[in-house]
Design a protein around this ligand. Structure first.
Ligand code: ADP
Ligand code: GN1
Ligand code: MG
Length: 361
């Protein structure tokens, strides 16, 4: 059953000044629209194939944004710009369950901001890093045990590898022979998958409340000043490692090209962007990091890029059922950029370590 957007909006406690409904943004997971004119809102269909318990996702988001709002207000800031503002239904729910099983939510549109699918200069990395750092700082005292684990083992790279190996064995879409080289690249790096997990297990890397999806188009920068405004896409806020947020941000932020660039000669890892991000991140979180966290910062970028690469490859092998794609080999193209970056990071690891040392350690 097809539901119209105006019918969906009717279930939220808002009066719109326009009936525009424009597809918006470049996220791979949810379906996003901008609605309204003078006062704009973000309407999203939550991807229930990815988030099996949307009620738990929204409970996390309501709690986390309430915590952030309080902190920002206490510091004299504007909470409606500094975090997401969920709009409620008249009966007080933060989402609407449609009769066909779909699930929708509405947020205030954060005006006067921009986010980047591909970074344009080092300054953007510096400000994004500070914003992700501030986000973690503000959630430092959030009770982590009240958060639902909405996607279990989200950054458990060992488990991601297991799922990858299962996809190779199952060969559901019949594409295994076509990607033999990519499979070999991934298999050769299996030993990397346990390094951060082992550090978490031995206590040298603490669990914190982390964002877990720190891609650059999930942080809003001020359209005029370029400074950080807020972190969005809070679906995956869960207990995790600071290394996940650091590494994942540079996976996309340190890429010289687009995540899905098909001309691989354009793809390399930008040390100048890496340095700008390190500078901002250390400025906000430097005093909190343990020696092992500091030591693993460069490796975490490679690990998160590798993990994302095997996730794209797994999805390609499974027949493209997880990430939204816009062309037949989109997931394979994405996998190629990630693996090219991994190889480049391996070549540049000593330089990355030297950059971290320059700022901390
Ligand atoms: P996905 O999980 O699919 O990535 P996001 O929540 O990240 O979905 O939303 C997709 C895009 O929509 C973001 O990258 C951003 O451009 C835009 N967006 C999301 N929420 C807001 C908001 N409250 N205000 C302005 N833009 C937003
Ligand atoms: C997805 O939702 P979005 O587009 O911000 C994915 C991330 C991946 C990223 C790859 C919930 O992020 O984990 O790193 O695509 N989010 C989820 O671009 O799986
Ligand atoms: Mg997003």
């Amino acid at each position: 059953m097809e539901i119209t957007l105006s019918e969906i909006l009717h279930h939220f406690d808002v009066k719109l000044d326009d009936d525009n409904e424009i597809p918006y943004g470049n996220g791979h997971i949810n379906t996003t629209f901008v609605v309204g004119k003078k006062t704009r809102y973000i309407l999203q269909k939550i991807n229930t194939n990815v988030f099996h318990d949307p009620a738990a996702v929204m409970r996390n988001i309501v709690a986390v944004t309430a915590h952030l709002r309080e902190k920002v207000a206490a510091a004299g800031g504007d909470p409606s710009r500094a975090t997401l503002t969920p709009i409620y239904t008249p009966d007080g729910k933060s989402y609407w369950d449609a009769p066909n099983g779909d699930c929708y939510r509405l947020y205030l549109f954060i005006e006067g901001t921009v986010c980047y699918d591909q970074v344009e200069n080092a300054d953007q990395l510096y400000h994004a890093a500070r914003e992700f750092g501030k986000f973690q700082n503000m959630l430092d005292d959030f009770p982590a045990d009240t958060l639902a684990e909405v996607i279990p083992n989200f950054h458990n790279t060992r488990d991601r590898f297991r799922m990858f190996r299962e996809a190779v064995d199952a060969n559901l879409a019949g594409r295994r022979d076509e990607v033999a080289e990519e499979i070999a690249f991934a298999m050769a790096r299996e030993a990397d998958t346990g390094i951060v997990l082992d550090a978490i297990a031995d206590g040298s890397v603490p669990l914190r409340v982390t964002h877990n999806d720190t891609k650059l188009n999930n942080v809003m920068l001020d359209a005029k000043t370029g400074e950080g405004v807020c972190v969005i896409d809070l679906d995956t806020v869960m207990p995790g490692s600071l290394l996940y947020d650091f590494g994942d941000a540079l996976r996309l932020g340190g890429n010289s090209g687009a995540e899905d660039e098909t001309d691989l000669s354009k793809i390399y890892f930008r040390l100048d962007y890496f340095e700008a991000f390190v500078r901002g991140f250390v400025q906000e979180l430097g005093s909190k990091m343990t020696p092992r966290e500091i030591e693993l910062l460069p490796f975490s970028v490679k690990l998160m890029t590798y993990e994302c690469g095997i996730r794209f490859l797994t999805d390609y092998l499974n027949g493209d059922t997880y990430f939204r794609i816009h062309r037949p080999k989109h997931n394979l193209d994405r996998c190629h950029t990630q693996f090219k970056l991994v190889a480049d990071m391996e070549a540049k690891m000593d330089e990355m370590k030297a950059i971290v040392k320059k700022y901390i350690g």
